[in-house]
Design a protein around this ligand. Structure first.
Ligand SMILES: *Cc1c(COP(=O)(O)O)cnc(C)c1O
Length: 379
């Protein structure tokens, strides 16, 4: 264990405390922020929001991008646009960050939890298909859950730690079952599956720019889609549903004030310029870890899955058992290296303890064994 701590400290060339994932502001951040302040356009109107949306859409290969205040609320709007309503159901993975499930609940819908694959840590197409075949029927072009008699409207796969899940298969299965796919790509900016960027396989995709993500605006998020109508609606819904007019205040529905402000967007434009540099740096770091952990029989380094290019947002290792994992968590955190276990399964949390679940064999296996280790860009 000391060996691991020494290795991480040698990579970052420090004996001081190392957070899990620190942001790096080594580009035009201050320049654009100052420009923003000098212009007085710090709030909901300003050029950086437009610049960011255009550049981001281009980066991921989507026709449209709509910037919002954070990744959770990007998911909220994407689910509303997927027509998720009160009393509907949404399938997602049990092994995910709480934001995915919170967003489902903001729509008044309930999550259903399905297993992940061991090689991707993301939603398993096999488990998804098995769940649907066992529990659902198609009636009037809708997927009906026979257990609850409710409609399953959407499916939210998540690309865990930036490793792409088998998203093409998931989209295919969902199409067959009349379920819309909203990709929670919060962690996977810069990750590709079969040479296509994550987030653009489903009807809608979302990303997060929280402080711990690969690029950050402090707080921020974005919705991407190729559907012009949905894009327009996303902008409308996130900007108080105001009908465009030179002076009148007229709103045609209950909207949200979810738009990203110009100050955050300025920071984000500067960060996006550095994405390729960050990706290269993180890939080199992952290669170092991969090589280092080869000499440990009882630890497996999590590598990018087949057919994928991962952004290696958060590096992870898998221990043989929970006892070893806990020992490492204790030792590393005591010795100035911040490490964290993977999330508690969603179905174990009080709010979701009654949720319907498929078999969660792999999720349970990983929950006990995975630890994230230092993943900041090395400078
Ligand atoms: C970070 C993250 C989000 C969104 O988080 P925000 O802090 O609201 O931007 C959503 N889902 C997953 C899986 C995440 O990791």
């Amino acid at each position: 264990m000391q060996k691991i701590v020494d290795f991480i400290q040698s990579i970052y060339n420090t004996k001081e405390f190392l957070p899990l994932h620190e942001p790096r502001f080594i580009g035009n951040e201050k320049k654009y922020l100052n420009d923003c302040i000098d212009s007085t356009f710090v709030s909901s109107v300003g050029k950086y929001v437009d610049i960011f949306e255009k550049q981001f859409a281009k980066k991921v290969g989507a026709k449209y991008a709509i910037a919002v205040v954070n990744g959770t609320l990007a998911l909220h709007i994407a689910l509303l646009l997927a027509n998720v309503k009160k009393d509907d159901e949404v399938i997602t993975q049990a092994l995910t960050f709480i934001a995915t499930c919170n967003a489902i609940n903001y729509c008044g819908a309930k999550p259903i939890f399905v297993d992940v694959d061991l090689d991707t840590l993301g939603l398993s197409p096999k488990a998804l298909e098995k769940f649907l075949e066992k529990n659902c029927i198609i009636k009037d072009g809708k997927c009906i859950n026979k257990t609850t008699n409710k409609i399953i409207k959407a499916c939210v796969p998540m690309h865990t730690f930036g490793h792409p899940c088998k998203i093409d298969k998931i989209v295919k299965i969902c199409k067959k079952w009349h379920i819309k796919v909203v990709e929670d790509s919060a962690e996977s900016l810069g990750s590709y599956y079969k040479n296509k960027h994550t987030g653009v396989f489903g009807k809608l995709g979302t990303f997060s720019f929280n402080g711990n993500k690969i690029i950050t605006s402090g707080g921020g998020g974005v919705i991407v889609t190729n559907d012009k109508k949905l894009a327009k609606k996303a902008k409308h819904l996130t900007t108080t549903a105001k009908i465009p007019h030179p002076w009148e205040y007229k709103h045609d529905m209950i909207g949200y004030n979810y738009r990203l402000v110009n100050l955050n967007a300025a920071l984000l434009v500067a960060q996006l310029e550095q994405l390729n540099k960050f990706l290269k740096n993180k890939r080199e770091l992952a290669q170092k870890y991969k090589k280092f952990f080869k000499e440990f029989d009882d630890i497996t380094f999590i590598k990018e899955p087949k057919n994928s290019k991962s952004n290696y947002w958060l590096n992870g290792i898998i221990f043989k058992n929970q006892k070893q994992r806990d020992k490492f968590l204790e030792f590393s955190n005591k010795n100035g290296i911040m490490t964290r276990p993977i999330w508690t399964l969603m179905n174990k949390l009080d709010m979701f303890k009654d949720a319907q679940c498929g078999s969660l064999k792999n999720s349970k296996y990983l929950e006990k064994r995975v630890v994230n280790i230092t993943s900041s860009v090395v400078i």
